[in-house]
Write a protein that binds this ligand. Structure first.
Ligand SMILES: [Fe+2]
Length: 340
């Protein structure tokens, strides 16, 4: 993916030179000619870098930088302020405004490019580090209760296995794996008194829990490396008939990765013990999934494929047990012998 740069400057031949030069280097370049557009574009585009020439009539470059940084989504986006000045105090003003770099002047486009490349390398490194922290955070939520321990790892495994059988490309499988690991990261914002409550939740408590996909999206949104999985995180509790949350999306409006996670999520929840019931067998869980698909809550075609995968797996296991039985002269257990 080519890095995206937001170029903030008044319309001028110099701005067009920068734009053309950066595009030649394969960057995606967007421009903003005033402060309002810059604030809006930065929020929507989430560029990899903002190059802010201090030329706007309505606002000082440092002030605009400060306002950009007020938005939590923009925290990790490096902002470079270019301001012609010989005042040494400007440097600290730039730092205080949250600028990643302050250029008093740029002698050439090539020099500017070298500096931009260096900032983008740093941004990419910070993204990867932050991603590790977010992944650790997701695991720390599970560490609070043995009932949910290992859930996200299993989700990642099921989702990738499922994606493979659907013929998804390698990049999509990687996204599914990370989305599986992070789908419930927003639960970090749910109080333990609710998250770990052994009994049924009140309507208010349920409302708090239902916010976790939105919290999750907000936590991951500033990281470029997690941008592609945001829809899966936000929509993994939607339902095909529109009765899910947070947006009440219906059918194909729900992104494919989110629909894949839903199936894996339900299957894992059912095959794991809860305070009020023992873990269901794979066959029982698959039957419930089938019923939910027939009710129109989850994607029927995906469930059919999920059943097919598990059916072949169970047949494979049964064949293995039967071979062992004939070898050792014992009968395989009938507990899991029902093949759906
Ligand atoms: Fe969830």
């Amino acid at each position: 993916m080519s890095p995206t740069i937001l170029l903030v400057d008044v319309a001028s031949s110099e701005r067009e030179n920068w734009k053309a030069f950066l595009q030649e280097q394969s960057y995606k370049v967007f421009t903003a000619r005033d402060a309002d557009t810059a604030l809006r574009q930065c929020h929507l585009l989430q560029p990899d870098l903002v190059l802010l020439h201090d030329t706007l009539p309505e606002m000082d470059g440092f002030e605009l930088c400060r306002r950009l940084k007020e938005n939590p989504l923009n925290q990790l986006i490096p902002v470079v302020v270019i301001k012609r000045s010989s005042d040494p105090a400007e440097n600290s003003r730039g730092r205080n405004a949250g600028a990643a770099d302050f250029w008093e002047a740029c002698t050439s486009l090539v020099e500017g490019l070298l500096r931009i490349e260096s900032l983008l390398r740093l941004k990419s490194y910070m993204d990867e580090q932050a991603k590790c922290v977010v992944l650790s955070l997701a695991h720390s939520i599970e560490a609070k209760s043995p009932l949910i321990q290992g859930h996200s790892d299993r989700m990642a495994e099921y989702a990738v296995q499922f994606g493979e059988s659907l013929g998804l490309e390698e990049r999509e499988l990687q996204d599914l794996r990370v989305a599986g690991l992070l789908h419930d990261i927003g639960k970090v914002a749910v109080p333990d008194s609710i998250l770990l409550k052994p009994g049924p939740l009140s309507a208010n408590e349920m409302e708090v829990v239902r916010q976790h996909p939105v919290f999750g999206e907000q936590i991951c949104a500033p990281l470029r490396s997690l941008r592609r999985i945001l829809p899966a995180i936000r929509h993994h509790h939607e339902r095909m008939d529109g009765s899910g949350y947070p947006d009440g999306l219906r059918g194909q409006q729900i992104p494919l990765h989110a629909r894949i996670l839903q199936v894996a999520d339900i299957y894992d929840a059912l095959t794991t013990a809860r305070p009020y019931r023992i873990a269901l067998t794979s066959e029982e869980a698959l039957e419930i999934l089938r019923q939910e698909a027939l009710h129109g809550w989850i994607d029927f075609c995906l469930v059919r494929e999920f059943l097919r995968i598990h059916q072949s797996e169970q047949e494979f296991q049964l064949r293995g047990r039967s071979m062992l039985a004939s070898y050792y002269g014992t009968t395989p257990s009938s507990k899991n012998s029902t093949v759906i």
